[in-house]
Design a protein around this ligand. Structure first.
Ligand code: TLP
Length: 354
C-alpha cells in the first residue's frame, strides 16, 4: 500500500497523547466571565514566553490578527504590510470588511520589509489622506518561503513606526520556527513589537487555538474585540490544556522539521522542470516553481498519485511544509517517489537490477 506523506501544511498535525490526557482532566470554567483556570495558566505562560504583560487565547490565527487590528486602530486608518502577508492575502479582507482599514501592501523579494520602504509610505498629516495607523510584520513569512526576520531587522522596523507614532503588530503564526531558524531568543523577536499573534495549532501540534499577546491595556481591549467577533468561548480550558502542552513540550522539536525541510529541498534539487531556491529554505517550508509546460496543478496531481500531498501557491508554484507528522523516512520516501515519477536515474540497487 502506498504511504501518505502529508506536506500540505503544519496545520495537519494531530494532538499528542499528552495533549489528549491533559484535555481529559483539564479544570475549566466560563472564560467569557474570565473564570477558566486552565485558560489563565495558558495565557500567563504564553505572555511570559514572549515577554509581554498579558495574552489572550483566541480560536484561530486569523481571529488573533483581526482582534489586533481592531484593538490598535480606528476605521479609516491605513495599515502598512507586505504584499504576500497572510493578513493581505488569506484573511478574507477582514481588515477592510470588519475593521474598516485601508491596506498599503509593499513588495519585497523575500518577505522582509526594509525600514526605508516603510518610512517612504508613512502618510503626512494631510486632510486628504488616511492616517497611517499600524505596521504589520510576518515572521516567519509564509508565502515568501518561511523566511525569518532577525531581531535587528525587527528592531529597525519598529523604530521607524514608533518614531512616527504608530504601533507594530507581528503575525508570528510560526514565531518559534523563526526563533529556532535564527538561533535567537524568541523574546528578541517579540519584545520590540507592540503585539504578537502566534499559533498553537501549527507546528506546535495543538488541535485548536492561537495567542495574542501585548500590554495589559491592549489585551483588555482585544478581549472586548474577541467577544465582538464571536470568539468568546466558555469551557475552552479543554483546548487551553492542549495549548499548554504545545508550549511546554513541542517548541524544541521544531528543529527536526527544519532539518527535514532541508533534506527534502536538497533531495528534490535538480528534479526536471522544477526550480527550488535552497537559500530560501530557512525553516519548515519548501517552495518550488514549475517551468512551463509543467504546471503546479499537474505536478501536485502526480505527487498525489504516489501519496505525497502538497499545496498549490499559484498556477506555477507549490509548497511543502514539514511537521511532526512527517519523519525523515517519509522525506526519503517522498524524494525517491518523486524522482522516479520524473524519470530520474536513481541509486537504488532494486532499480539498477530491474
Ligand atoms: N496559514 C495557513 C493557511 O491559511 C495558508 C497555512 O496552511 O499556512 N498567519 C500566518 C502567517 C499563517 O500562515 C496562518 C495560517 C494564519 C496567520 C492564520 O491562522 P489560522 O489558520 O489559525 O486562522
Amino acid at each position: 500500500m502506498t504511504r501518505t506523506v502529508e506536506l500540505r501544511s503544519d496545520t495537519f498535525t494531530l494532538p499528542t497523547e499528552s495533549m489528549r490526557a491533559a484535555m481529559a482532566t483539564a479544570e475549566v470554567g466560563d472564560d467569557v466571565w474570565d473564570e477558566d483556570p486552565t485558560i489563565h495558566r495558558l495565557q500567563d505562560r504564553a505572555a511570559q514566553m514572549v515577554g509581554k504583560e498579558a495574552s489572550l487565547f483566541v480560536p484561530s490565527g486569523t481571529m488573533g490578527n483581526l482582534c489586533a487590528l481592531l484593538s490598535h486602530t480606528q476605521p479609516g486608518a491605513e495599515v502598512i504590510l507586505e504584499v504576500d502577508s497572510h493578513i493581505f492575502q488569506n484573511e478574507v479582507a477582514g481588515a477592510s470588511v470588519v475593521a474598516g482599514l485601508q491596506l498599503r501592501p509593499l513588495e519585497t523579494a523575500d518577505g522582509r520589509l526594509r525600514p526605508d520602504q516603510v518610512r517612504a509610505v508613512i502618510r503626512p498629516d494631510d486632510i486628504h489622506e488616511p492616517p497611517t495607523g499600524l505596521l504589520c510584520l510576518e515572521n516567519t513569512h509564509n508565502r515568501k518561503g518561511g523566511t525569518c526576520l532577525s531581531p535587528a531587522q525587527t528592531q529597525a522596523l519598529c523604530a521607524v513606526a514608533h518614531e512616527a507614532g504608530f504601533p507594530v503588530h507581528l503575525d508570528g503564526a510560526r514565531i518559534f520556527n523563526a526563533a529556532i531558524g535564527l538561533r535567537a531568543d524568541v523574546r528578541d523577536l517579540t519584545i520590540p513589537v507592540d503585539s504578537v499573534m502566534f499559533c498553537l495549532s501549527k507546528g506546535l501540534s495543538a488541535p485548536v487555538g492561537s495567542i495574542l499577546a501585548g500590554s495589559a491595556e491592549f489585551i483588555e481591549r482585544a478581549r472586548r474585540m474577541r467577544k465582538m467577533v464571536g470568539g468568546g468561548m466558555r469551557q475552552a480550558g479543554v483546548l487551553a490544556a492542549a495549548g499548554l502542552c504545545a508550549l511546554n513540550e513541542m517548541v524544541d522539536r521544531l528543529a527536526d522539521d527544519h532539518a527535514n525541510a532541508r533534506r527534502l529541498a536538497e533531495g528534490l534539487r535538480g528534479l526536471p522542470g522544477i526550480d527550488i531556491d535552497l537559500a530560501r529554505v530557512e525553516t519548515n517550508m519548501v517552495f518550488g516553481d514549475c517551468r512551463p509546460p509543467l504546471t503546479a496543478g499537474e505536478f501536485i496531481e502526480r505527487c498525489r498519485s504516489v501519496g505525497v500531498l502538497l499545496d498549490q501557491a499559484s498556477p506555477s508554484r507549490w509548497r511543502m511544509v514539514t511537521h511532526r507528522g512527517v519523519t525523515s523516512d517519509d522525506v526519503d520516501y517522498a524524494v525517491t517517489a518523486l524522482r522516479r515519477l520524473y524519470g530520474e536515474p536513481t541509486v537504488s540497487p532494486l532499480r539498477a537490477t530491474g
